[in-house]
Design a protein around this ligand. Structure first.
Ligand SMILES: C[S@@+](CC[C@H](N)C(=O)[O-])C[C@H]1O[C@@H](n2cnc3c(N)ncnc32)[C@H](O)[C@@H]1O
Length: 391
């Protein structure tokens, strides 16, 4: 009998046994000695798992099964399935480590050490007030047309729970009312004035999630520049989510440098979402409910979200929308039902539509009257079920 603490122990139902099974089990146990062991126990087959090169094991099982002319329904495929379903393991040189891998990483006195290091030291000494204020009715559940820097000046401090936005990226896109190719200094000055207002109107414990893309061809790491700005403002940088768009429509090299180290052009199929907290990582619920299921929570806290880009931009006449699925995950992971969600660059209103659908209050600002009309129409067109959720 194997020492259980040295192995991850799994089991599969094993009622129909055969003599040939015994031979295969014996040969697996000899071949993978010390790494994996199979042992019949009552009506189960126990799998003692320490470490395995899964591909090698799959090849071994395939060839054993072929040799004994087994069909698809056999105990060894059940063993493989079971091992494949294990989601937590370490990896060393291509081998999956199932036992003791987290012991290696274990930090003794973790809390004390974190205190000594001064976690989020850059946010120390902030003077954010904890007192929340009501957003006035003229902004609550409204689409506001105007320059967000000016509109936000009228909001009280600490009056929204979540800001989710994607600012114009300065890539040279054709927006209806703004130029998207201004000098970078001018661009960041303006963006930072709007984001400063966002920090001011955010409640203590509230979050700002900003979808921001570097302009690689200009060598401008906008996501780093923006993160640095927030950290200087004493906001806590809490996460970076990688929005994997899986769009491989990217060029390969700078002109004239194909197949050469002279200037390889790296390909990015993703965008970055930078997430910040004001004052505290924890957000008080103020007796509001979460609407996350356990399954969603488990999937979404993995910070790589594979979501297809918005495909209906033509229909809305906007060149740079994000998809509803992205807004839905951000809103439900970072706010409670009944919270107030702000998008200061609301465009065709994806954030405000999704906020309404999921029972949040919303306020969306955009400088373009055309986009504001579209955003309002999208809210009006939310199907009945969504409206009920929002009430
Ligand atoms: C990347 S788009 C946002 C798209 C939005 N996420 C969506 O899904 O529809 C940026 C938006 O910012 C707006 N904008 C640019 N400058 C602005 C300003 N100073 N105040 C308000 N909106 C502005 C543009 O009109 C544009 O619609």
């Amino acid at each position: 009998m194997a020492q259980e603490e040295e192995f991850r122990v799994l089991s599969v139902r094993y009622e129909k046994r055969s003599f040939a099974d015994q031979e295969i089990i014996g040969s697996i146990n000899r071949t993978f000695r010390g790494k994996l062991m199979l042992e019949p126990s009552g009506d189960d087959l126990r799998i003692y798992l320490r470490e395995i090169d899964l591909e090698e094991f799959e090849r071994y099982v395939e060839s054993a099964v072929r040799e004994f002319n087994y069909g698809r329904d056999n105990i060894f495929y059940s063993v493989l399935e079971k091992i494949r379903s294990v989601r937590s393991y370490g990896i060393r040189a291509g081998t999956r480590i199932y036992a003791g891998y987290d012991r290696e990483r274990k930090v003794v006195n973790r809390k004390e050490k974190a205190r000594r290091r001064h976690i989020h030291y850059y946010a120390e000494g902030s003077s954010f007030s904890r007192k929340s204020n009501e957003l006035p009715p003229e902004y609550m559940d409204r689409i506001v047309c105007g320059d967000s820097e000016e509109v936000l000046r009228n909001f009280p401090d600490n009056s929204v729970d979540l800001v989710f936005t994607s600012p114009p990226y300065n890539f040279g896109l054709e927006y209806s009312d703004t130029q998207d190719d201004v000098d970078w200094n001018e661009y960041f000055d303006k963006l930072f004035r709007v984001l400063s207002e966002c920090i001011r109107v955010l409640k203590y414990g509230g979050r700002i999630v900003i979808d921001i893309q570097p302009l690689f061809s200009d060598y401008i790491p906008a996501h780093h520049i923006v993160s640095n700005f927030f950290m200087k403002k004493k906001m806590i940088w809490r996460n970076e989510i990688l929005w994997e768009k899986n769009n491989y429509n990217c060029k390969y090299t700078a002109w004239g440098s194909w197949n050469s180290p002279s200037s390889p052009y790296m390909k990015y199929t993703w965008e970055f979402l930078e997430v910040f907290s004001k004052g505290d990582i924890r957000k008080p619920s103020e007796n509001r409910a979460s609407d996350l299921t356990g399954e969603e929570f488990k999937r979404w806290v993995y910070a790589r979200w594979s979501i297809a880009p918005e495909r209906n931009m033509d229909q809305f006449g906007h060149p740079a929308m994000f998809p509803e699925e992205l807004a839905m995950r951000v809103i439900r992971l970072f706010s409670f039902r009944g919270d107030v969600v702000l998008d200061p660059f609301n465009g065709a209103g994806t954030t405000t539509k999704v906020a309404k659908m999921y029972g949040r209050h919303y306020v969306g600002i955009d400088i373009s009257a055309k986009y504001c009309e579209i955003a309002e129409r999208r809210i009006r067109e939310i199907p009945e079920l969504g409206q009920e959720e929002g009430n």
